[in-house]
Design a protein around this ligand. Structure first.
Ligand SMILES: Cc1cc2nc3c(=O)[nH]c(=O)nc-3n(C[C@H](O)[C@H](O)[C@H](O)COP(=O)(O)OP(=O)(O)OC[C@H]3O[C@@H](n4cnc5c(N)ncnc54)[C@H](O)[C@@H]3O)c2cc1C
Length: 418
């Protein structure tokens, strides 16, 4: 039995790090009110935005200070107040005007309610706009797309909620604000469509370890620095230069189990909760959110051999661009280098480098193995003077088998759960 192989189709994830200052009236609250108190003002019991990432302690520190400021009457939240205009007097911004929105509970995967139930005006000696980025507004992303990154992808997934729409940028400009560096955007290129979206077009980013092989849409292996986890903006340029808006990871169950982390607190309870035991359990088993994505995500193709994998990849895209012989040649060329202690395959060198670091070796890098290994060969061992501690006693080649073979299929997908 050969290894279980995965072709993972990746799409650009529009996360834009473009800031416009500080917010006047946030649409949603800081939340995080896990410990609820009757004495606490109602507005502070808002739930924590789901998309926030892996800095719970820092967030709590900030939250504590803001709550103290609320208690001292220095800060007031106005939820569901949407700024539509900056008020100017004599050339200076002196306040904000806007609409009060209906409080609705939007269904998961949809944009929030925007029904207007009133209006408001607020005067202030100083107005600072902190309305976030533009990542959910793909038109604005394309409009501001930097030439250095090539042509913007035709299709993107979205790493931020619908309210991150950049609307305040235009409003700020109308009031005389000067937007600087609008092309300084940050996109991740390892986006997957979320099978259970929280917001429209919800993309989840793989935070990858160094071992998956990365190919463009035509199945050509990327060169350094376009290696998983290395240089996302450079890789974005390489993907757009390929003429297609997607790329592929070719990987194994072993890599998937140890190296795939998914962005967002829902997807990475081990990281978000700083649970070392849960984190280290990756040594033995694939984290549950990863398994779920593998089984339900529309961008995964799973097969027992390369022939079936290529068939599945070509079927998923409908483009028929992957040539089996060519892909095999490239994977074999990489696999050969596993036995070469003096290899110049930069990715293999990078994997060894990661394995020499105890943190990466324990929780973020699979022991080095051939992608196409049949599982019959002896496990590769580093030279004795460079032992690496992970996975003692386990064959690096074999897939993790967690259950009976089960065929799943829907349209263009052929998933096999193990
Ligand atoms: C999945 C995911 C994971 C992440 N993980 C991490 C991580 O681990 N560590 C990290 O440091 N960062 C992480 N980030 C990034 C981080 O969340 C953002 O960089 C940060 O929240 C941006 O803060 P901001 O205040 O600039 O904008 P936002 O948090 O977007 O705040 C802008 C606010 O302005 C409000 N607003 C906008 N327009 C108006 C208007 N017209 N009227 C009234 N209010 C308005 C919005 O509703 C919003 O509340 C992650 C992001 C995502 C999506």
């Amino acid at each position: 039995m050969g290894p279980v192989l995965y072709g993972v189709r990746l799409r650009g994830e529009a996360v834009l790090a473009l800031r416009t200052g500080r917010a006047v009236v946030p649409d949603r609250g800081l939340g995080g009110a896990r410990r609820r108190s009757r004495r606490r003002p109602r507005q502070l019991r808002a739930p924590l935005p789901r998309h926030l990432g892996h800095r719970p302690r820092r967030r709590r520190t900030l939250e504590k200070k803001v709550r103290a400021a609320v208690a001292a009457g220095k800060v007031t939240f106005k939820f569901r107040y949407r700024v539509d205009e900056l008020v100017t007097t004599g050339g200076a911004v002196t306040g904000v005007r806007g609409a009060i929105l209906e409080t609705g509970s939007a269904a998961r995967g949809t944009a929030g309610c925007r029904t207007v139930v009133g209006d408001f005006e607020q005067r202030a000696p100083v107005v600072v706009v902190t309305s976030g980025g533009i990542g959910a507004n793909h038109d604005l992303v394309r409009q501001n797309w930097p030439a250095r990154l090539g042509t913007p992808p035709k299709s993107m997934v979205t790493g931020v909620p619908a309210h991150v729409d950049g609307r305040m940028l235009g409003i700020t400009e109308q009031a005389g604000g000067r937007i600087v560096n609008p092309d300084r955007m940050w996109h991740y290129t390892e986006g997957l469509r979320n099978y259970a979206p929280i917001w429209p077009k919800h993309g989840i980013r793989i935070l990858p370890g160094p071992s998956s092989m990365w190919f463009d849409a035509k199945g050509r292996r990327f060169n350094t620095p376009d290696i998983p986890g290395y240089d996302t903006l450079h890789t974005l340029g390489s993907i757009t230069a390929s003429g297609y808006d997607y790329s592929w990871f070719v990987t194994t169950q072993k890599i998937l189990a140890k190296e795939f982390a998914l962005s967002g607190s829902e997807q990475s309870p081990d990281l978000t909760n700083k649970n070392i035991r849960q984190l280290l359990s990756r040594i033995r088993q694939t984290p549950e959110p990863i398994e779920k994505f593998k089984n339900n995500g529309v961008d995964f193709v799973v097969a027992d051999n390369l022939t079936d994998l290529v068939t599945g990849m070509n079927k998923l895209t409908g483009d028929g661009l992957i040539d089996l012989a060519d892909l095999k040649r490239q994977i074999e060329a990489r696999d050969r280098e596993i036995d070469n202690p003096y290899t110049k395959d930069v990715q293999v060198m990078g994997i060894r480098n990661a394995l020499d670091h105890v943190g990466d070796s324990l929780s973020r890098t699979a022991s080095i193995h051939r992608i196409l290994d049949t599982g019959a060969g002896p496990p590769h061992r580093r030279p004795a003077e460079h032992p690496h501690p992970q996975d003692p006693g386990r064959s690096p080649e074999g897939p993790l088998r967690t259950g009976p073979e089960q065929q799943r299929g829907a349209g263009t997908r052929s998933l096999r759960r193990r």
